[in-house]
Design a protein. Structure first.
Length: 154
């Protein structure tokens, strides 16, 4: 069974999805279709940690995450978890992190399909020249997330 909780945040409503005692999705917006309303301990804890993050009091999440994807996507998303709070990496650097330095575009596509944005910080990946590039939630949200982390994107 999949349970969902909608929370309010500085980037708009977010829908947290729990399945089998792990977070499997974070959706932008109030996207609960096909999900059971949930007020589980895990969803409450995730909501609390996100509130701390958005207020600047949390730099890392301590939650069970279980994103669903291909083995390549899972490697890409694991690399995202290695990017420290307040820092960015280029797509090329992320590709090198997974041992495939020529896979920049494939890494970008994997990041685009990240089912747990914010929690798995794909917003920390920027263009080779430091410019903000695509983000599933939109560039405005990406910029806000980087600003929350005290970054000053141009």
């Amino acid at each position: 069974m999949k349970y969902a909780m909608v929370i309010h945040s500085p980037i708009g409503p977010l829908t947290l999805v729990e399945e089998d005692a792990a977070l499997t999705e974070l959706r932008f917006g109030n996207e609960t279709q096909g999900l059971l309303p949930g007020d589980t301990p895990l969803l409450r804890e995730a909501a609390a940690q996100l509130a701390e993050y958005f207020s600047g009091r949390r730099k890392a999440f301590d939650l069970p995450l279980r994103p669903k994807g291909t083995p390549f996507q899972l490697r890409c998303w694991d690399a995202l978890l290695q990017i420290p709070f307040g820092e960015t990496r280029s797509y090329g650097q992320q590709a090198a992190m997974i041992g495939n330095p020529k896979a920049c575009r494939a890494v970008g596509m994997a990041n685009h399909h990240n089912p747990l944005p914010v929690l798995i910080p794909c917003h920390r990946v920027v263009g080779a020249n430091g410019s903000l590039t695509g983000y599933g939630g939109g560039l405005g949200i990406k910029k806000t997330l980087l600003q929350i982390e005290r970054m000053k994107p141009e």
